[in-house]
Design a protein around this ligand. Structure first.
Ligand code: NAD
Length: 503
């Protein structure tokens, strides 16, 4: 049985059958529910070992020229491409998503590394000459020290790559705690990082659960924490980490709405919604889970076309690229999604496509759920207020675009949203006034590219700076502003008691 241990100070530890100070937890394949490995859950002492290693590695790493740190990132990029198939198989075996989708996830992670390769440009600072007589001022962006990352199950390769490559390129050292449900790809990528030349202690991976997270949140040596996961845990991580004087960015859950205007290109809209609602079995923080149709005519046409397309969806094992959608991650998550579907029916929404009876031949024990479609969903229903995180699309019917926008603006979450229209004026009004962090116009999943930053509003993000892109340089550095004067020799000045001015 594969034991998934930790990477501390450049070496894999506890990946034997008898880890000394850790509990073991099963890691399962969602397609079959077979146990495919056991993860060693780090104790406080194990996490502290990683923090000690990261702290010891910091002074030398911080002083290495940025260009040298970045050379390692170029090599890592190549290693990720060479090992892409293996990484994607690890993702699919533990998460269940279809291999092609895992490939898309990895590609997005690689694009982050490509952006990180421009760290020397981004860290060059700001300089002003002659801000006063013979006085120059510059700002530089210094690393923080030991940083930590805590990541969710649904993007096990990409989300860690949002974090540690930029953190270490800026001169920090890092401790990553991946999801205990999908740990292997992040650990393997970190091993590739070591192969690319990351020195021992600069990047450490501890697998584990709450004990590991709490140790990272409370240890004085950790300066900053990046978190991605569900909103209750994001809020906990933010309040606990900041109470322990850390800089924290904590990305939470989502409920992403698409507004379908009467003038939308319906065929393109339906194709876009199918991928955005059911891709990755709806287990994406940017998945569209609510379609708000403006007017009954477009709502009726939308529901009819969605029903037709859903009947052609191929659901099955993620290792087969012919499939569109794999299983949900665990039996308990499947149960949670099914109970929300039951709640929707009880509250009076109309379940026009019911995927609950789906059987996948040969994979009867897997966590499979077919695509579900609800019509006549009301904003006050639980299936609208909660994040379902499954293959369930809710259609809400409204009379005007403003009504649709009011529903979105009143929602607890504000991660992503999209408007389908041919009307530029409506699109401009929407993007200007919608209270959501990432907005698409005829783009259902407006996940920003690597040279922009990613983040939601409201209870989808606790903290200020977004993930990756330019915001991540600011998150993983602190500004220092130096004012320097070299007076002309021989000039002597008296004492000045008033604040200097240009007058
Ligand atoms: P989760 O909150 O259960 O777990 C995330 C991380 O927190 C894991 O590493 C886990 O070990 C840890 N954790 C869980 N419970 C904890 C506790 N009580 N105390 C301390 N640590 C704890 O999230 P998940 O189920 O792995 O991921 C799905 C969620 O993540 C969804 O809500 C999704 O919307 C969200 N997500 C958000 C984004 C974003 O960018 N906003 C991106 C991806 C996923």
């Amino acid at each position: 049985m594969k034991i998934i241990g930790h990477l501390i100070n450049g070496a894999l530890i506890h990946n034997d059958s008898k880890p000394t100070n850790s509990q073991l937890l099963d890691v399962t394949n969602p397609s079959t529910n077979e146990v495919i490995g056991k993860i060693s859950l780090a104790s406080k002492a194990t996490v502290e070992e990683a923090i000690v290693a990261a702290e010891a590695a910091y002074p030398a790493w911080r002083n290495l020229p940025t260009a040298k740190r970045v050379q390692i990132m170029y090599r890592l990029r190549d290693l990720l491409e060479q090992n892409a198939r293996k990484i994607c198989e690890l993702i699919t075996q533990e998460h269940g998503k279809v291999l092609n989708d895992a490939m898309g996830e990895l590609q997005r992670g690689i694009e982050n590394i490509e952006y990180v390769c421009s760290a020397p440009e981004m860290l060059k600072g700001e300089h002003s000459k002659n801000v006063g007589p013979a006085i120059d001022t510059w700002s530089e962006f210094q690393p923080l020290g030991v940083c930590a990352g805590i990541t969710p199950f649904n993007f096990p390769a990409m989300v860690p790559l949002w974090m540690w490559p930029m953190a270490i390129a800026c001169g920090n050292t890092f401790v990553l705690k991946p999801s205990e449900r999908t740990p292997s790809s992040a650990l393997f990528i970190a091993e590739l990082g070591i192969e690319a030349g990351i020195p021992a202690g600069v990047l450490n991976v501890v697998n584990g659960g709450k004990e590991a997270v709490d140790t990272l949140l409370t240890d004085k040596r950790v300066q900053a924490v990046s978190f991605v996961g569900s909103t209750p845990i994001a809020e906990y991580v933010y309040t606990t980490g900041t109470a322990h004087s850390k800089r924290v960015q904590a990305f939470g859950g989502a409920k992403n709405h698409a507004i379908i205007m009467p003038d939308a290109d319906l065929d393109n809209t339906v194709a876009a919604l199918m991928g955005a609602a059911y891709g990755s079995c709806g287990e994406r923080c940017m998945a569209i889970s609510v379609a708000v149709a403006v007017g009954n005519d477009i709502a009726d046409a939308l529901v009819t076309k969605l029903q037709q397309q859903i009947s052609a969806l191929k659901v099955g094992d993620g290792m087969d690229n012919q499939n569109d959608m794999g299983p949900l991650v665990t039996p308990s998550h499947l149960k949670k999604v099914e109970s929300l579907i039951a709640k929707g029916i009880e509250e009076g929404a109309k379940l026009v496509v019911d995927g609950r009876e789906l059987q996948v031949p040969g994979f009867e024990q897997g966590n499979y759920l077919g695509a579900c479609l609800f019509d006549h969903v009301k904003p006050e229903m639980v299936i609208h207020s909660s994040e379902i995180f499954g293959p369930v699309l809710c259609v809400v019917r409204v009379e005007t675009m403003q009504e649709a926008m009011d529903i979105i603006n009143a929602h607890e979450y504000g991660n992503g949203t999209c408007l389908f229209t041919r009307d530029g004026e409506a699109a401009r009004y929407f993007s200007d006034n919608i209270k959501v962090g990432m907005v698409g116009i005829n783009v259902p999943l407006p996940v920003p590219v690597a040279h922009h930053s990613f983040g939601g509003w409201k209870r989808s993000l606790f903290g200020d700076l977004h993930a990756y892109g330019p915001d991540s340089v600011r998150f993983y550095t602190k500004r220092k502003t130096i004012t320097q004067r070299w007076p002309t020799s021989g000039v002597r000045e008296g004492v000045q008691f008033s604040f200097p001015s240009n007058g």
